[in-house]
Write a protein that binds this ligand. Structure first.
Ligand code: ZN
Length: 490
C-alpha cells in the first residue's frame, strides 16, 4: 500500500516521503521513561504523540512493531557519567529494593498511559533484562576500535569515530566545538576527551546495581540500552526512532554513534522529536515549583491548577499543537480545550442523529481530503482538528435545517469523524464512559433484585436476606416498594 505520510527527518532538515518497507511493516522505537518517579506532563507528550503515529500507521494498514523501553538501570544523576543511579538513589531514600522502585513507577506509568488512551507498545523491554546483549555490543565496539578500556570502565572514543563517521549529525554539533565548550568534570579524567561517553562503568563499592563483566563488576552506560534493544527487536536498520527533544543530544547522538560503530552503518531511517512543555511560559522543573504530575493534573490537586483536567482533555489539548512546537500549559488553555472537546463530541452525537435528504450542500470528499492531507503532513493534528471543526459547523447547520446532506454523504461523514476522532486521534467520550458504567450497574442491579424477589416468592428468605445484607455491605441500600424495589448508593 502506498502512503503519503511525511515524517520530518531531523537528519536532513526537510520533509521526506515515508517509504514503506517491503513486505509492508514498520519498525518504531521510542525512548520510554526512567522509572524513578511519578509520571508527569513530560511523559504524556511523547506517550500521546507516538500513539497517534502508531494508530495512524496501523490505520493505513501497516504491520507496526512499536518498541518502547523502560530505563531501569544506568541513568545517572544529571544524565552524566558520574553520580548516583537515579533508581538506586530513590531506592536508598525510600528504603526499597531498586526493582521495587522500578515496578511501582512502571505500574503507575502504565496506569497513566492507559488513562490517556494510548495503546500499549508491541514490546516494552527493560534495560536490566538486556545486560548480556549490552555487554556484547560493548565488545563489538571495542573490537571495531571505537572504544577503550580504562580502570574497568569502557568509553566510546568520539574523536576516533568522528574521523571515519561524522559525530553530531543529528544535533549539528561538531567535535571541535564540543572540545572547547566542555568543562572537564571531576571523576571524568579517565576519559581521553571530556565528550567521550561511558559504555560500561565500573561500579563503586557502594553502587548496588551491578553485574559481572570482562572489564569489571559494573553497569551499562545510559545511552547503550537503546542501541542494543532497538537492534535486538527491530534489526540493524529500522524506520522510525522517536523521543523527546531533550534526548536529541547527547542521548540520540550517542545512539547513532554506538549503532554505527558496532554495525558499520546507521540504523535509523527517520528521527522524530516531540518538543517540550512549558507551564505558564516557564520550563517545568522541580526547583521552580511548577512540576505537575499526571496524578495532580487528573485530580486538580496542585497549587497552580484551578480544577481537575480529565485525561481526554489533556490528550486533546496536546493534539491541538503540532508535536514539534513547544506547548504551553495554562488553566485558560486547558479550559478552552475542555470546551472544544465537548463541542466535538456534541457534534459527533448530533451527526449520528442527522436525517438525510436528496441533496448535499457540503463537499464531504473535499473535507476528507483535507483531513488526510493534514495528518499526512508530518502529523499536523492542529490543522486536522481545524478542518474537523469546520465540519462541525456544517453538522450543526444540518441539524438546524439550514443545510442538507444525502444518505451516502452522511455515511461517509460518519465514517470520517469516527476514524479520525476515535481510531486515529485516539479520543473517547468520557461522559459516555460514565453513562455506560451507570447503565451496566442498573442492569446488574435489576438482575440481582429480581432474583431476590423470586427468592421471596419461593419463601427462600435466607437467600433474599443474604442478597440484601451483602448489597448493604457494598454500600447499596434497597427499599421494597409496592410494585418492586428501589435502590440507592449510600
Ligand atoms: Zn533512548
Amino acid at each position: 500500500m502506498e502512503s503519503k505520510l511525511n515524517i520530518y527527518n531531523t537528519l536532513k532538515r526537510k520533509k521526506e516521503l515515508f517509504v514503506p518497507l517491503n513486505p509492508p511493516h514498520v519498525g518504531m522505537y521510542v525512548c520510554g521513561p526512567t522509572v524513578y518517579g511519578e509520571p508527569h506532563l513530560g511523559h504524556a507528550r511523547p506517550g500521546v504523540t507516538y500513539d497517534v503515529l502508531f494508530r495512524y500507521l496501523k490505520y493505513l494498514g501497516y504491520k507496526v512493531r512499536y518498541v518502547r523501553n523502560i530505563t531501569d538501570v544506568g541513568h545517572l544523576e544529571n544524565d552524566a557519567d558520574v553520580g548516583e543511579d537515579k533508581i538506586a538513589k530513590k531506592a536508598r531514600l525510600e528504603q526499597l529494593e531498586p526493582m521495587e522502585v522500578v515496578q511501582f513507577y512502571t505500574n503507575s506509568y502504565h496506569d497513566k498511559m492507559r488513562a490517556l488512551n494510548t495503546l500499549p507498545p508491541s514490546i516494552e523491554p527493560q534495560a536490566s533484562g538486556h545486560i548480556i546483549e549490552q555487554q556484547a555490543m560493548v565488545q563489538q565496539i571495542l573490537d571495531n576500535g571505537y572504544a577503550y578500556e580504562k580502570n574497568g570502565s569502557v568509553y566510546f572514543d568520539v574523536e576516533k569515530y568522528n574521523k571515519k563517521f561524522k559525530y553530531g549529525k543529528l544535533s549539528g554539533r561538531v567535535v571541535e566545538d564540543l572540545q572547547s565548550n566542555t568543562r572537564v568534570l571531576e571523576g571524568q579524567d579517565e576519559k581521553k576527551n571530556p565528550f567521550d561517553f561511558a559504555l560500561w562503568k565500573k561500579a563503586e563499592p557502594e553502587h548496588i546495581m551491578r553485574w559481572p563483566s570482562d572489564w569489571s563488576d559494573g553497569f551499562p552506560g545510559w545511552h547503550l540500552e537503546c542501541s542494543v534493544m532497538s537492534t535486538k527487536y527491530l534489526g540493524k536498520k529500522f524506520d522510525i526512532h522517536g523521543g523527546g527533544m531533550d534526548l536529541l543530544f547527547p542521548h540520540h547522538e550517542c545512539e547513532i554513534a554506538q549503532s554505527t560503530a558496532a554495525n558499520g552503518e546507521e540504523s535509523v531511517h527517520y528521527w522524530m522529536h516531540n518538543n517540550m512543555i512549558t507551564i505558564d511560559g516557564q520550563k517545568m522543573g522541580k526547583s521552580l515549583g511548577n512540576f505537575i504530575t499526571l496524578n495532580e493534573l487528573f485530580s486538580g490537586n496542585h497549587k497552580l491548577l484551578k480544577q481537575a483536567y480529565s485525561p481526554m482533555t489533556i490528550r486533546f489539548f496536546m493534539l491541538q499543537a503540532h508535536y514539534r512546537s513547544t506547548l504551553d500549559f495554562s488553566n485558560e488553555a486547558l479550559q478552552a480545550a475542555e470546551k472544544g472537546l465537548s463541542r466535538l463530541f456534541a457534534a459527533w452525537n448530533t451527526l449520528n442523529k442527522l436525517e438525510a435528504s436528496d441533496k448535499s450542500s457540503f463537499d464531504v470528499q473535499a473535507l476528507k481530503q483535507k483531513c488526510f492531507d493534514a495528518i499526512d503532513d508530518d502529523l499536523n493534528t492542529p490543522i486536522l482538528f481545524a478542518h474537523l471543526f469546520d465540519g462541525v459547523k456544517f453538522i450543526n447547520s444540518v441539524a438546524a435545517g439550514t443545510e442538507s446532506i444525502t444518505a451516502a454523504d452522511l455515511e461517509e461523514l460518519k465514517k470520517l469523524y469516527h476514524d479520525f476522532i476515535f481510531n486515529i486521534a485516539g479520543l473517547k467520550d468520557e461522559l459516555e464512559d460514565v453513562a455506560d458504567g451507570e447503565n451496566k450497574l442498573d442492569e446488574v442491579m435489576d438482575i440481582l433484585l429480581n432474583t431476590r424477589i423470586e427468592a421471596k416468592k419461593n419463601k427462600d428468605f435466607a437467600t433474599s436476606d443474604k442478597i440484601r445484607d451483602l448489597l448493604k455491605d457494598a454500600g447499596i441500600i434497597i427499599k421494597d416498594t409496592k410494585d418492586g424495589f428501589e435502590w440507592q448508593l449510600k
